[in-house]
Design a protein around this ligand. Structure first.
Ligand code: ATP
Length: 295
């Protein structure tokens, strides 16, 4: 499944690069294949704040001109809502997130945040209100403290530790020799997949985003860590607009709304119960996922 997560990982790398650029930090790593981005429109503004209301209005987009990857997508999200994106591989879930974060712009239709066309917002400004928690957490060579602080470079030690506590990461950090000052290698070798996720959650809590993007882990993580991650994620999502590329039924069931994508179209949207009643594609997907998903 790794290859399918690549677009989002690229996106996270770009976001991390930007984050360090915004904060004027040293470029801590090189991104090999950043796409060329056009410069912002002259009139693009910086946001002073963001509530996190989002609307897609008849959005179509194709990576190449003759084949649309997203086709006439429309939906609205209220601030603080949790949206689960589901659909088969290649349906367009990642692409939708790429448009929301303006790594690409719609060919037709528009995306708005708090009622404002996102093309009129500076990319840096838009992304400074977003955070990503992905399957592969980007960790660099440095202490745990520095790795968490990457979420907000001017955070104090106390704020870093507070974020770690909220994320449920502190117990495992304190169990390690060196604690917050333990030096991690690039990629975080020596800590588990689940622990990396707890660090990613801490980092995102510190970033305090209005919009959160989660790509739920598919890899098996032990049950105890899994529960810690779930709790940490719930605290992180509280009060923020969140998009979850969801693989777990529990997550999908607890979403305020589920967007069901297939072949670039938004087939169905609604709560779990509503969609089951519609007796459509979601119901089939659910039935087949039930057999293979972790409950
Ligand atoms: P998955 O669950 O496998 O991650 P997805 O629903 O996130 O899938 P996308 O990654 O959005 O799907 O891909 C939608 C379609 O766009 C696919 O056919 C994919 O091959 C294509 N695609 C994705 N990224 C690019 C790109 N950078 N250039 C060209 N085509 C792309």
């Amino acid at each position: 499944a790794r290859q399918f997560t690549r677009p989002l990982n690229d996106l996270a790398n770009q976001w991390n690069t930007l984050l360090s650029a915004i904060a004027g930090a040293e470029r801590v790593f090189e991104v090999m294949d950043e796409p060329e981005e056009s410069s912002d429109e002259q009139a693009a503004v910086e946001l002073k704040q963001m509530d996190g209301a989002i609307a897609f209005e008849q959005v179509s987009f194709g990576y190449d001109n003759n084949r649309p990857t997203l086709n006439g997508i429309s939906f609205k999200v209220k601030p603080g809502e949790m949206i689960a994106l589901v659909g088969p591989t290649g349906a367009g879930k990642t692409t939708l997130i790429q448009l929301l974060s303006r790594f690409y712009d719609a060919d037709s239709g528009r995306v708005t945040v708090d009622g404002r066309d996102i093309r009129s917002i500076k990319r840096e400004s838009l992304r400074s209100y977003m955070a990503f928690v992905l399957q592969d957490t980007f960790l660099f060579k440095g202490t745990i403290r520095e790795n968490i602080r990457f979420g907000r470079l001017d955070a104090t030690d106390e704020e870093v530790e507070q974020a770690a506590r909220l994320a449920n990461a502190e117990p495992f950090i304190l169990r390690m020799k060196g604690g917050y000052d333990k030096v991690l290698d690039i990629g975080g070798s020596g800590i588990s997949q689940g622990q990396k996720q707890l660090l990613a959650i801490a980092r995102a809590i510190l970033a305090n985003p209005s919009i959160l993007v989660l790509d739920e882990a598919t890899s098996s993580i032990d049950t105890v860590t899994e529960i810690k991650i779930q709790e940490g994620l719930e605290r992180l999502m509280e009060g923020r607009t969140s998009f979850v590329i969801a693989h777990r039924l529990n997550t999908i069931r607890s979403a305020d709304r589920i967007l069901v994508l297939k072949d670039g179209r938004l087939l169905e949207q609604g709560s779990h119960d509503e969609l089951l009643r519609q007796n459509g594609f979601y119901r089939d997907l659910y039935a087949s996922q039930l057999r293979k998903m972790a409950l």
